[in-house]
Design a protein around this ligand. Structure first.
Ligand code: RP5
Length: 215
């Protein structure tokens, strides 16, 4: 379901369209082939109620007329303004450099607070975005080529002094989502409390597994 929703979001035309909400987190990736990895960041953000920008509700009604069945599908887009705080887009450093420039240089004034950028291979997207914005940028090295993601990792982590990218492990978009929540938590006490609870839950999981093993 998350993947389907993300695919819908990725179909937007322009990064400069004024949306009817202010996203706090921007998730961008070099290609839709990065989506299977990058969707984990969106999943984490959803878990913390940092919602995605498009909620699609499908209503399907089937009419049966004697010999045939006629299904009619209604689609409704629901945008709860106070909840919608995440935006997902394809922005490629190499294939759409102008879009990358415009996205990154306008991100702060559009209200974005954290950018998660994923890319594979010669993964210049997170570094270039970090060069164009004062916002914190979290880089996700995507395993995309025969070099097993080491190329992506080194491209993202080896930034020159002065232009930081917080780099997570190869394909670990989950940690990118969690780091974004921690950054937002600096000025959002509720989110920070939920992060503390998340950590306690993870700890309890390990303890329960340990107890089971001992038995
Ligand atoms: C990068 O090249 C993308 O971030 C992706 O990881 C990789 C391959 O892209 P596709 O050829 O699948 O579009 O720019």
């Amino acid at each position: 379901v998350v993947e389907a929703q993300l695919k819908l979001m990725l179909n937007e035309d322009s990064v400069n369209d004024q949306p009817a909400f202010v996203p706090r987190v921007g998730i961008i990736m070099g290609s839709d082939s990065d989506l299977p990895v990058m969707k984990d960041a969106a999943k984490i953000l959803k878990e913390f109620d940092v919602h995605a920008e498009v909620f699609t509700i499908n209503y399907c009604i089937s009419f049966s007329i004697s010999f045939c069945s006629l299904p009619i599908v209604f689609t409704m887009k629901y945008l709860p303004k106070d909840l919608v705080m995440m935006q997902v887009k394809i922005v490629s450093a190499h294939r759409t450099p102008e879009m990358m420039f415009s996205y990154a240089s306008s991100a702060r004034e559009r209200g974005i607070q954290v950018i998660i950028a994923g890319a594979g291979g010669a993964a210049h997207l997170p570094g270039m975005v970090a060069a164009l914005t004062p916002l914190p940028v979290i880089g996700v090295p995507v395993r995309a080529s025969t070099l097993d993601g080491l190329d992506s990792l080194l491209s993202i982590v080896q930034m020159p002094r002065g232009v930081p990218v917080a780099t997570v492990a190869i394909n670990n978009a989950t940690n990118a989502g969690l780091l974004a929540v921690r950054l937002l938590g600096i000025s959002d006490i509720n989110l920070q409390a939920r992060m503390a609870q998340y950590q306690e839950d993870r700890r309890d999981e390990v303890l329960v597994k340990g107890e089971r093993l001992e038995k």
